[in-house]
Design a protein around this ligand. Structure first.
Ligand SMILES: NC(=O)C1=CN([C@@H]2O[C@H](COP(=O)(O)OP(=O)(O)OC[C@H]3O[C@@H](n4cnc5c(N)ncnc54)[C@H](OP(=O)(O)O)[C@@H]3O)[C@@H](O)[C@H]2O)C=CC1
Ligand SMILES: N[C@@H](CC=O)C(=O)O
Length: 419
């Protein structure tokens, strides 16, 4: 596709993102991009665009030779996968925002891209308006990327902000996130952490060359966070956020998880409120860098689709450098996490599974402790998500060198303050 060639777009989906793109393109004539046809599901819905633009027949777009770009922004993962693969195999470039589809089909999508000359871009699928994929792909060398810590789901961040700062209850905050177009069609994908997990799956590929099925990653959402947890956070001058994290350990492997975390005031992520996302990258010589922007919503997401469309004009493709041009990294489950756990009864907490417990408190409504667990205990069991139990990581939660910490435990035991 030459630099000045007209982009003739077949758009799948005219919801929050699709309609946003339609409006954004109307205001960006310099791009030379025209939407020729829009495929939607329900022909009876009223649309804010000429009726002649719409069809429910996907073949009209996929078989139209004039259409050289498919933008896929629908809310169903399996049809999205079919559309994307058919379009790529038909010689069209594809821009997508469907993170669930990308996360669940990453190995197949990587394989297809090896065999086609067109581009498959999906910047909008992670952190919406923040150009995180292209940055990870292009800027950071494998060896320099020490760690990434990020808020990648706008809805949960919005809900936590509204609940704990504006004192809305959970249902009110969720309803607002839905009304504003931030939440997924099935909002449990946001609330229970699946959406953040999906995004993190392919961010790990662009950051570290890791290709894992989402099932393999440790995660949960904000569904178990209790009002008392927020009070404890407040007492410590901290906030609770749903954080995705990856960190290179001394053995060269990568520790990764998506869990609620206490965030200290001086952490860049403490500035990230409402539907905003934030990404803190720790690299070899630059120390920390912070990317911040709207992580959900119509125009912020459409802006990332627009940027991908613009990149198609110079035939930009992801090279998956960390996967193909470097030694890819691998994940490890050999590390410990320092966790805060709040619960209603000790009978739900297997105390013997903790390496040590540093603090424990009983309040009227709930009890809580701070202790250290091997990550495998959390991966292989789900007691920490059951019976109204809430697990939140402490700041700097990863413990690599347990031997030193064991000595600390011993000294606490000797002092009679640990068991
Ligand atoms: N909303 C956001 O902030 C963001 C969303 N995304 C992702 O973008 C995608 C779209 O999200 P969003 O716009 O919010 O979703 P919406 O629910 O607002 O819109 C979905 C659109 O997809 C159409 N659709 C569903 N199934 C099909 C199908 N089989 N064939 C053709 N069209 C279909 C619907 O048609 P109809 O109108 O007829 O019902 C609708 O127009 C999702 O994958 C989402 O995860 C990514 C980043 C941010
Ligand atoms: N539901 C998602 C939308 C953007 O990806 C979110 O809340 O982040």
């Amino acid at each position: 596709m030459s630099y000045h060639k007209q982009l003739t777009i077949g758009l799948f989906g005219f919801g929050v993102v699709g309609e946003g793109l339609y409006k954004v393109l109307q205001q960006t004539p310099s791009l030379s991009a025209r939407i020729k046809k829009v495929c939607i599901k329900d022909a009876t819905k009223q649309r804010n665009a000429p009726a002649s633009l719409f069809t429910t027949d996907r073949e009209e777009l996929l078989n139209d030779e004039e259409i050289n770009v498919i933008v896929e922004v629908i809310n169903e993962a399996e049809p999205a996968f079919e559309i994307v693969t058919r379009a790529l195999k038909n010689g069209k470039s594809v821009v997508s925002a469907s993170k669930k589809m990308i996360a669940e089909h990453l190995p197949e999508l990587l394989e297809i891209q090896k065999n086609v000359s067109t581009s498959f871009l999906y910047e909008a699928a992670a952190c919406a308006s923040i150009p995180v994929i292209r940055n990870l792909e292009e800027y950071y060398d494998n060896d320099l990327l020490h760690g990434i810590k990020a808020i990648v789901n706008g809805s949960t961040n919005f809900i936590l902000t509204k609940m704990f700062e504006d004192k809305l209850d959970f249902q009110q905050a969720l309803l607002l996130a839905q009304q504003l177009g931030f939440a997924e069609s099935d909002p449990s994908l946001d609330v229970e952490g699946y959406d953040a997990l999906n995004k993190w799956t392919f961010l790990l590929t662009h950051a570290y060359g890791i290709v894992e099925h989402p099932d393999k990653l440790l995660f949960t959402g904000i569904q178990n966070i209790h009002a008392m947890d927020a009070r404890v956070a407040g007492e410590k001058g901290q906030q609770i956020k749903l954080v995705a994290q990856a960190q290179k350990l001394h053995n060269g492997k990568v520790a990764s998880f998506i869990l609620p975390q206490f965030i200290q005031q001086d952490d860049h992520l403490s500035f990230v409120k409402n539907e905003y996302n934030g990404v803190v990258i720790e690299s070899g010589f630059a120390d920390k860098q912070f990317f911040y922007g709207k992580g959900a919503g119509s125009f912020p997401t459409a802006s990332a689709v627009l940027s991908d469309l613009s990149a198609l004009r110079y035939e930009y493709k992801y090279e998956y450098k960390k996967l193909y041009h470097h030694q890819p990294n691998s994940l490890t489950n050999d590390f410990y996490l320092r966790v805060y756990l709040s619960f209603t009864d000790w009978k739900y907490v297997p105390r013997e599974k903790f390496e040590w417990i540093e603090e424990w408190h009983a309040r009227e409504e709930r009890k809580y402790l701070v202790g250290v667990l091997h990550v495998k205990e959390l991966i292989e069991n789900d007691w920490w998500k059951q019976n109204n139990t809430s697990l939140i990581l402490t700041p700097q939660p990863i413990i690599e060198d347990v031997a030193i910490q064991q000595l600390k435990k011993k000294s606490l035991e000797l002092a009679g303050v640990a068991f």
